[in-house]
Design a protein around this ligand. Structure first.
Ligand code: FES
Ligand SMILES: [Fe+2]
Length: 367
C-alpha cells in the first residue's frame, strides 16, 4: 500500500485544510492543565498557526482562549508564567479578568474617560475555546461541533481499565519540580505520529530500547480512534524495593505489559505499571512541531525523595529514546521534498498502524 503523498506534508494550504477538517471538529489535546498550575498562571500554545493561551482562574477553572486582544488584535500574552489577577494587553492596556471578561478599557472615550457610548464591554471578552481536562491532559474542540467529550474518551478509558483498573486515574502524580521533556522539530506532525506507530525502527534507531523491549515482543493494534503498539516485555525492577510504586489494581500477570497507543490525531501515550508518559505533538506550522512530554508516577509515595533516583532514571531513559527519534522524523520531512518519492511503500506487516492512520486522515480530508 502507498502512503500519503508529499503534498500532505509540505505546504501551508493543505495544513490549514487539516486544521479545519481534522483538528477543529474533534477533541484534540494541546497540553497539560498542570502547566498552569495555580490561579494566575498562563501557558502559551502556538497551535496550527493559532495563538492560544491556557489560563487558570481564581476558581481553579482552566480556560483556553485565543491569545488575541479584542481591540486591535495584538497578541495578548507574550510570555508564559504567573501573570497575577488579570491579563493586560501591551498595546493600549485593555485588561481582561482570568475568566476572559473585559475589565478595563483605559481612556477609550478620551483622556481619563474609561467607557464610551455604543461600546458594549460585556460583549468584548476574550474568545474562548471549549476545553476539558482529563487526567491532566487538556483537550480542546476548536469549532465547537464535536460529540461529547465523554464519548470521545470512552474507548481509551475502557482500554486502560483492563490495566490500571478503576483507581488508575486517581493515582497519577506529576512531580512539581519535574522538568518537562520538550523538542522543537522541523517536521510535519504526521511524521512524528507515524514514527510512533511502528516498532520496525527499533533495531536501527533505538538499540538500547530494543535490547530491553525487542521489536518482536511488540504487537501492533489498530482501533477506530487510535493505533499503536503493545509491548509484552516491559521490565519493572526485579525487586519491589528497587522499583517505583505500581498502580494498585494492575493485574499481576500483566506487569510486563505496556501500552503505547497514539490517540488520533496527535497524542502519544505510554502506560506502564509504574508510570505513564504523555507526548503531545503540537503542530505549529506545516513543517514544524513541538513535542511536549510529561511523566506521571503512581500515588503520593512515588513523589518522595526515596524514589528520586528511579524517577530521574525513567525520565532520562525516555528523553534519550525520544531524542533518538528526532533525526529520523526530520529525515523523513526532508525526503518529502523529493520528486522521486510520492507516498512510499508501506509494509503490510510492520506499517499496519501507519496504514490505518493514513486511512483515518484520508477519510477526514475526503481524499
Ligand atoms: S490592541 Fe489590545 S488594547 Fe489595543
Ligand atoms: Fe522511535
Amino acid at each position: 500500500m502507498k502512503g500519503l503523498a508529499n503534498r500532505y506534508y509540505d505546504n501551508k494550504e493543505d495544513f490549514l485544510v487539516e486544521r479545519a477538517k481534522i483538528f477543529a471538529p474533534m477533541w484534540v489535546c494541546i497540553g497539560f492543565a498542570s502547566d498552569a498550575p495555580l490561579p494566575g498562571y498562563v501557558y502559551r500554545v502556538e497551535f496550527m498557526e493559532l495563538p492560544l493561551i491556557i489560563v487558570r482562574d481564581y476558581d481553579n477553572a482552566v480556560h483556553v482562549f485565543h491569545n488575541v486582544c479584542r481591540h486591535r488584535g495584538h497578541i495578548l500574552v507574550t510570555e508564559s508564567g504567573e501573570l497575577g489577577a488579570s491579563l493586560r494587553c501591551p498595546y493600549h492596556s485593555w485588561t481582561y479578568a482570568l475568566n476572559g471578561s473585559l475589565m478595563r478599557t483605559p481612556h477609550i472615550g478620551g483622556l481619563g474617560i474609561h467607557d464610551c457610548e455604543a461600546f458594549e464591554r460585556n460583549e468584548a471578552g476574550l474568545i474562548s475555546v471549549d476545553c476539558r481536562v482529563w487526567n491532566d491532559l487538556l483537550f480542546i474542540n476548536l469549532d465547537g461541533s464535536a460529540d461529547s467529550f465523554e464519548k470521545f474518551i470512552h474507548p481509551l478509558e475502557e482500554r486502560w481499565s483492563r490495566l490500571w483498573g478503576t483507581s488508575g486515574s486517581d493515582k497519577l502524580r506529576r512531580h512539581e519540580d519535574f522538568q518537562p521533556i520538550c523538542f522543537d522539530i522541523d517536521a510535519n506532525w504526521k511524521l512524528a505520529i507515524e514514527n510512533y506507530l511502528e516498532a520496525y525502527h527499533l533495531p536501527t534507531v533505538h538499540s538500547e530500547l530494543n535490547r530491553v523491549s525487542p521489536m518482536q515482543d511488540h504487537d501492533i493494534q489498530v482501533a477506530e480512534q487510535f493505533a499503536g503498539q503493545v509491548s509484552h516485555c516491559y521490565q519493572l525492577g526485579a525487586e519491589s524495593e528497587n522499583r517505583l510504586p505500581i498502580f494498585p489494581d494492575w493485574p499481576s500477570p500483566l506487569l510486563t505489559e505496556a501500552d503505547y497507543p497514539a490517540l488520533f490525531p496527535n497524542t502519544l501515550l505510554g502506560l506502564q505499571a509504574d508510570h505513564l508518559f504523555v507526548m503531545v505533538v503540537i503542530p505549529i506550522h506545516f513543517n514544524q512541531i513541538r513535542e511536549e512530554t510529561r511523566l506521571y508516577f503512581v500515588g503520593d509515595e512515588s513523589l518522595t525523595l526515596e524514589y528520586e533516583t528511579l524517577r530521574q532514571e525513567q525520565a532520562v531513559f525516555w528523553r534519550h529514546v525520544f531524542e533518538e527519534d528526532v533525526s529520523v522524523v526530520t529525515g523523513m520531512q526532508k525526503g518529502r521534498a523529493s520528486s522521486g518519492f510520492d507516498g512510499g511503500i508501506l509494509s503490510p506487516v510492520q506499517d499496519r498502524a501507519t496504514q490505518a492512520f493514513h486511512e483515518w486522515v484520508s477519510i477526514r480530508l475526503g481524499i
